[in-house]
Design a protein around this ligand. Sequence first.
Ligand SMILES: Nc1ncnc2c1ncn2[C@@H]1O[C@H](COP(=O)(O)OP(=O)(O)O)[C@@H](O)[C@H]1O
Ligand SMILES: [Mg+2]
Length: 239
Amino acid sequence: MLNKAGSLNKKISKGPSGPTGPIFYCEDVSVEFNEIRALKNIQLTVERGEIIFVTGASGAGKTTLLKLLSGLQEPTSGKIIRPNFFAGKKNLYISNVFQDLRLMGKYTCEENLMFAYDSSIYKDKAEFIQDMHELTRILGIKDRLHLKINQANGGLQQKVAIVRSLLTRPDVLIADEPTSSLDTENARRLFDVFNLYNAKRGLTVVWATHNKELCKSFTGRIIHLDNGRLVYSGHACFI
Ligand SMILES: Nc1ncnc2c1ncn2[C@@H]1O[C@H](COP(=O)(O)OP(=O)(O)O)[C@@H](O)[C@H]1O
Ligand SMILES: [Mg+2]
């Protein structure tokens, strides 16, 4: 939602149910690839329901940090606690949208979304389709779902990947620069979706971005990486 200054504010929500409090905790975490120290002594706590942007120049360590949180990368040193390792608590489901969107080119956008249907998380298919319509309407892509992914432009593909991810009803969405060129209108729509799922389901979002429009209008927490170090955690935009 837009506030008076045109910013996209959000309230931190714990969601209707499920664990509260920190869901990611990094203590003095470093990641090394041979000689390269991609992440250096990272201290980071992410609370459930936060929407966080990760910024930093190319090579700063954004992708490595996201992979670390997703469990796709182990630290070389330090300690990390992820939701799946919470003993005795309900596991949280993390969904990733990485730069390789992993969509199926010869299928339509709608067919790609239908693949996200899981009968164990939806009451029935009608409920799934209702969610799909809601998300695609907010993102303004409902009338283009008949297009094959191969015929869809980059922006449409990115939105389909995000909707597909949200349709799996994740507790955490971790996305690595999937929205390279969103204008203000599309940025607003994306925030509308985040805010909706944040309020409805306590969705946590960790989002790496180079997108100035998106970052300028964001008033949540921004984490800035510089050469592998977490140099800032606050509300100012660095890009
Ligand atoms: N698998 C890898 N093997 C070797 N070096 C890597 C690997 N992944 C990342 N790096 C290096 O780690 C640093 C951080 O990379 P990355 O996390 O991709 O940064 P960003 O996403 O901010 O561009 C870069 O110097 C990159 O070359
Ligand atoms: Mg990257």
